[in-house]
Design a protein around this ligand. Structure first.
Ligand code: SAM
Length: 301
């Protein structure tokens, strides 16, 4: 079984995605003048929770050394910041993409062509989505991000509970899903739901803006789960929460394909890889899924 390991450097990846923000004179006057901006950037990334808390001081020292001595040092001298390890296997479940994270195979994304299944009339009775919404105990005025919102099944139901002062952000990576979501809201004359086009690594939500994040049957599809959790961590207000809903992998009676289920143990392990989340409780009121609540720490631990 062949394996390929990806070890992206988060700092470099973050810099690439934002473009090179180093000032012009950084290049003209030599690397030493770039030192402050490099350190500022590293500190910002650390504060934003973009890297794990492992070796932060060594990491900063590494950046300092690299900034001063630059190419004079061999690459091995700069310590690697901790990054997720993804693994690709050639032999895998046909329902998965062959990419593994912490031993779990990631599932294929559900295409927008299957959106009708999300809106099937017997869904409420089968999944007891009414109990799920009750269990969330949403408050008027909350901002809720529904990540992997699909057709907006949960968006309009939640929109009534947060009321006109509240806001629902329906995030998805498929524009076709968002178009459908928007049509579903217009049909119901709902005005407090906004659609957001995210990417596979970033939910594209403003920092510290969201009280609650809901994910129903979506996390197991993320092909960059670590990066998504980092983005969600950044988007949550301090003390904000993630409501994670997945079909129970522990329960053989749940008749869903293996890669579309998730165990509590696996979910907790993956959340623990991103500093700043605490598992709060699991709510077991649904016939087939578990509801896990993770809280963003109010103060850095
Ligand atoms: C199985 S559907 C669930 C839809 C909705 N949560 C529901 O239960 O009705 C999963 C959705 O997640 C979306 N998705 C997959 N990866 C995503 C990502 N990284 N960010 C946002 N949405 C994503 C897919 O496009 C799809 O619309």
């Amino acid at each position: 079984m062949g394996t390929v390991r990806e070890l992206p450097n988060r700092l470099q990846a973050e810099k690439r995605s934002r473009g090179n923000s180093s000032p012009h004179w950084f290049h003209q006057r030599g690397r030493i003048f770039g030192l402050k901006s490099e350190l500022d950037e590293a500190s910002t990334l650390l504060l934003n929770g973009c890297v794990t808390h492992k070796l932060p001081s060594q990491a900063l020292l590494g950046i300092l050394v690299a900034a001063v001595f630059g190419p004079a040092l061999p690459a091995a001298a700069a310590p690697q910041l901790t990054a997720p390890v993804y693994e690709t296997r050639t032999e895998h479940d046909p329902n998965g993409i062959g990419k593994f994270y912490m031993g779990r195979e990631i599932a294929h994304v559900m295409g927008h062509q299957a959106a009708g299944w999300l809106e099937r009339p017997d869904r409420e009775a089968e999944e007891r989505t009414d109990l799920l919404i009750d269990a969330m105990q949403l408050k008027a005025g909350e901002t809720v991000a529904d990540i992997g919102a699909g057709s907006g099944y949960f968006c309009w139901r939640m929109s009534k509970l947060v009321g006109p002062q509240g806001k629902i952000l329906g995030v998805d990576i498929q524009q076709e899903m968002l178009d459908l979501l928007q049509r579903n809201m217009t049909k119901r004359q709902i005005t407090n739901v906004t659609s957001v086009l995210g990417t596979t690594s970033d939910p594209k939500l403003p920092a510290s803006s969201v009280d609650t994040i809901l994910m129903v049957d979506v996390y197991h599809e993320f092909d960059q789960p670590y990066e998504m959790l980092v983005g969600m961590q950044r988007a949550l207000k301090p003390g904000g929460r993630i409501v994670l809903v997945e079909f129970r992998a522990e329960d053989p009676a749940v008749n869903i394909k293996r890669v579309h289920k998730m165990s509590q143990e696996q979910a907790k392990k993956e959340f623990a890889a991103v500093p700043g989340f605490t598992w709060e409780r699991t709510i077991d009121v649904l016939p087939q899924q578990h509801i896990l609540i993770f809280r963003k720490n109010s103060t850095p631990k």
